[in-house]
Design a protein around this ligand. Structure first.
Ligand SMILES: [Zn+2]
Ligand SMILES: [Zn+2]
Ligand SMILES: [Zn+2]
Length: 381
């Protein structure tokens, strides 16, 4: 379980392990054909895991404390103020920042200010079943609407001070453009134009494939409109813009990895002096066995970093988008690979730049361009 805003792990090692086992269980039981959402009593899965449900429950509700877990303290869980039971945070400040920037328009909780939470749930369900990139796109739209409202509020306040007569114009396009600015940096191509053709699609079916992708985006957009449409931000809800936002994620995403404290915990137990280890393992071993390979899986996701996304590619880049193994949250850094002169463009590599010329060009074709960087010009056959 990670903070919905900064992506660092929260709760306790017990909660992390319990949730992982619980979700593992859900996955198994869905395959076994008891795929209702209330899975707690499903016995098929617990046979496979070899752990009784109440052991998992007591990990999650704090009833069971694992040895040495105090050495792995994590921030306490702060629930969403809208009570959606989907978003959780490491701190009040993350909860408020998320609410202000994204979540107040996307919260499905009882206390949410969203008028149509049912439609919002339908949108989310559709995204989960088809492509979760739609959820990121919804975040971008929500972010822009909220920014627009803030800009407009401060604009009206300014105007009010000057006692201007026509302060009530409801639709303010320049402000919408201003709100959109941070996003526009990543704006390149429509999703259905830039998505790479999957290997199992023949090139003669390409047109159909792209059409299907466009239809899927249309479907998702209709659901989102039903949920959070704002007349003043109408241009944000056009299929063209939606396609561009999704295209931005298709082209600019960076895999986000945050190392899991679960792995650290079991490595710590393994490193204990022999007698202590034996004692601890009496309790921890069944959980480790139940987790199997999953114990070392980090938090994985796709992130969009506006600054990084406006950096151009070079096969001999002077910087690197860096996500360190030991990172504890969702921050990314750009690291210089050599001295960069004042005024020199900062470039990163979108691909594995150690590959030969032809392979590089092939990979970059997915990003929609042929590379003409100095190195490519030199190596060109
Ligand atoms: Zn946080
Ligand atoms: Zn919420
Ligand atoms: Zn190149």
């Amino acid at each position: 379980m990670v903070c919905s805003y900064c992506f660092q792990f929260i709760g306790s090692v017990e909660l992390q392990i319990g949730r992982k086992l619980y979700l593992q269980d859900l996955g198994v039981s869905a395959v076994d054909g008891c795929g209702s959402s209330d899975e707690a009593g499903c016995s098929v899965s617990s046979e496979k895991v070899g752990l009784p449900q109440d052991a998992i429950q007591s990990l999650m509700n704090g009833g069971l404390k694992l040895p040495y877990s105090d050495n792995f303290s994590l921030p306490a869980v702060v629930p969403c103020a809208g009570a959606c039971e989907e978003a959780y945070y490491c701190s009040k400040s993350c909860a408020e920042a998320d609410w202000d920037s994204f979540h107040s328009l996307l919260c499905t909780g009882q206390q949410s200010s969203v008028s149509n939470t049912k439609a919002l749930m339908k949108f989310t369900k559709h995204a989960n079943e088809t492509n979760d990139i739609f959820i990121l796109a919804a975040k971008v739209i929500s972010f822009t609407i909220l920014r627009y409202r803030k800009l407009k509020a401060s604009h009206l306040e300014q105007k009010g001070k000057h006692k201007s007569s026509n302060c009530c114009n409801s639709y303010n396009f320049p402000l919408l453009l201003e709100a959109w600015k941070p996003v526009s940096m990543g704006f390149k191509k429509r999703w259905w134009d830039c998505i790479a053709l999957p290997e199992d699609v023949e090139s003669c079916d390409e047109v159909d494939f792209r059409m299907q992708i466009k239809d899927l985006a249309f479907e998702s957009l209709q659901l989102l409109k039903e949920a959070i449409y704002d007349e003043e931000c109408a241009p944000l809800f056009s299929l063209d813009i939606y396609g561009h936002i999704i295209g931005m994620f298709e082209l600019n995403n960076l895999d986000l990895v945050v190392a899991s404290p679960i792995e650290d915990y079991f490595l710590y137990i393994d490193d204990l002096p022999c007698s202590q280890k034996k004692e601890a393992e009496k309790i921890t071993k069944p959980f480790l066995d139940a987790l199997g390979e999953d114990y070392s899986i980090p938090c994985q996701g796709t992130a969009f970093f506006p600054v990084q996304s406006c950096m151009n590619h070079s096969c001999n880049p002077n910087a690197k988008a860096f996500k360190r193994e030991e990172d504890r949250d969702g921050q990314a850094s750009i690291i210089a690979l050599r001295r960069i002169l004042k005024g020199e463009e900062i470039t990163i590599s979108y691909i594995d730049e150690d590959r030969p010329y032809a392979e590089r060009q092939e990979l970059l074709a997915d990003y929609g361009f042929r590379c003409g960087c100095p190195r490519c010009i030199e190596e060109q056959p």
